[in-house]
Design a protein around this ligand. Structure first.
Ligand SMILES: NC(=O)c1ccc[n+]([C@@H]2O[C@H](COP(=O)([O-])OP(=O)(O)OC[C@H]3O[C@@H](n4cnc5c(N)ncnc54)[C@H](O)[C@@H]3O)[C@@H](O)[C@H]2O)c1
Length: 397
């Protein structure tokens, strides 16, 4: 066939780095994605979002003429392996939108050819890979279905795709062998699981991380309530004490994956997931806690509050799921004015950093972008949940 692999959803945050490294390491890659604006940007050799070293890798892949982009679904017929990395959101009832996967399958079916492998790469509700297999069997199509979850962290994709072990799963030895061949040029270790194990394992990975953030955020809030600086305690208890050395640091734990995947796991376990729900309310409650602490200290109705950073994590331009927006919403009720700024996320009502610094009486570091390292605060109160400035995180009253 003309292409070794077609990455469907290949212009997204997970799909594009994968497409680029496949091409850079020798595969002939076709990206199929509906986002025509991003397609133009990528064809011109630019990344549509921030990703360390992304542009260099992308340019190399394009120069080698091994990476092409299409927005015509019929083109998926031209590749041996169809890698699916479309978004997998939850619905208004906090359940995975399975109908989205079903609609997607209906959409691609006329263009799927016998002999192709459908590689599911999105983070899916456990059982989805089996469901996709059965869908094509019902259609009388002779395709194989595998699941190899994406496990990169945004921003580190072009390092982690070569270093993280790759989990592969499938229903027969032939498709497993083909997954080994596909991922071999990345030079990473390969770990084999069954599809359901791999689906569940991917959710466990994200939810474990989310719960780690939650326990640290809970500790942070407890320390604050007693007017103690969590970070002083943290430094003390982690010093030369290996059993706790992996303890997460507090912060606004958010983004497009961790919360959503905790909901997917809860839905999978028939909503019996007390620990997961506790993690969600704890992490989502941190902005409320910050505002409550400030209210104990001052009359917010008389204050302008500046929010530094609207992306969901530092040095990123991804605003999806960011708790900065929740913080802004709460403060709009409570404060005289809320002034927002970000280095990489741009919206009409965001202000330049200098203006936010000048006009705010209180500043909240919501996203620790490196550009905020050397701010001139002129003695203004700065809330630093992250301890970015090394002066502790206490919001004292
Ligand atoms: N972002 C990450 O770092 C990351 C890491 C690991 C796993 N994941 C998982 O990967 C999946 C994708 O996440 P993302 O962050 O890349 O999302 P994204 O929204 O950035 O990318 C999805 C892409 O799919 C395209 N798309 C959607 N529906 C399509 C369709 N029917 N046909 C063709 N193209 C379509 C969109 O245009 C978009 O470019 C999710 O399941 C997510 O949980 C993401």
């Amino acid at each position: 066939m003309e292409y070794d692999v077609c990455v469907i959803g290949g212009l997204g945050r997970a799909g594009l780095p994968l497409s680029v490294v496949f091409a850079e390491r020798g595969h002939r890659v076709l990206i199929y994605d509906k986002n025509e604006k991003a397609a133009e940007v990528v064809r011109a050799g630019q990344m549509p979002f921030m990703e360390d070293d992304g542009e260099e890798y992308l340019k190399r892949a394009l120069q080698a003429d091994r990476l092409h982009v299409t927005s015509n679904v019929a083109d998926i017929a031209r590749a041996e392996i169809l890698t699916v990395v479309i978004g997998t959101p939850v619905d208004d009832h906090l359940n995975p939108k399975l109908e989205l996967i079903m609609a997607f399958l209906e959409e691609i079916t006329p263009h799927v050819r016998d002999g192709q492998i459908i590689l599911m790469r999105s983070t899916v509700f456990p059982g989805t890979t089996q469901l996709v297999k059965e869908f094509f069997e019902r259609q009388g199509r002779k395709v194989k279905v595998t699941f190899c979850p994406e496990r990169i962290a945004e921003g580190k994709a072009f390092h982690e795709l070569f270093s993280l072990p790759q989990i592969i799963s499938g229903f027969d030895e032939d498709s497993i062998d083909r997954m080994r061949v596909l991922f071999a040029p990345l030079g990473c270790e390969v770990v084999r699981l069954d599809p359901m194990e791999a689906e569940l394992g991917k959710l466990f990975t994200n939810v474990w991380r989310y719960c780690q953030f939650a326990i640290s955020n809970q500790f942070y809030m407890i320390a604050n309530a007693y007017n103690l600086d969590f970070y002083k305690i943290y430094e003390g208890i982690t010093h030369n004490y290996p059993r706790i050395s992996g303890m997460a640091r507090p912060g606004f734990a958010a983004g497009p994956c961790l919360f959503k995947d905790t909901l997917q796991l809860a839905a999978f376990n028939n909503n019996v997931f007390g620990l997961g729900y506790a993690a969600m309310t704890t992490n989502e409650g941190l902005p409320n806690h910050v505002v409550d602490r400030l209210k104990l200290r001052m009359n917010l109705k008389e204050k302008n509050i500046g929010i530094l950073g609207m992306a969901f994590k530092g040095n990123s331009d991804d605003r999806r799921g960011s708790l900065s927006y929740k913080l802004r919403r709460i403060l709009k009720w409570e404060a005289r004015e809320v002034l927002c700024t970000d280095v990489y996320v741009h919206e009409d009502d965001f202000l330049p950093l200098e203006e936010v610094l000048r006009r705010s009486e209180v500043l909240i570091l919501a996203t620790p972008h490196k550009e905020y390292r050397d701010l001139q605060l002129d003695g203004k109160l700065l809330v630093d949940v992250w301890n970015f400035y090394g002066k502790g995180g206490l919001i004292g009253v």
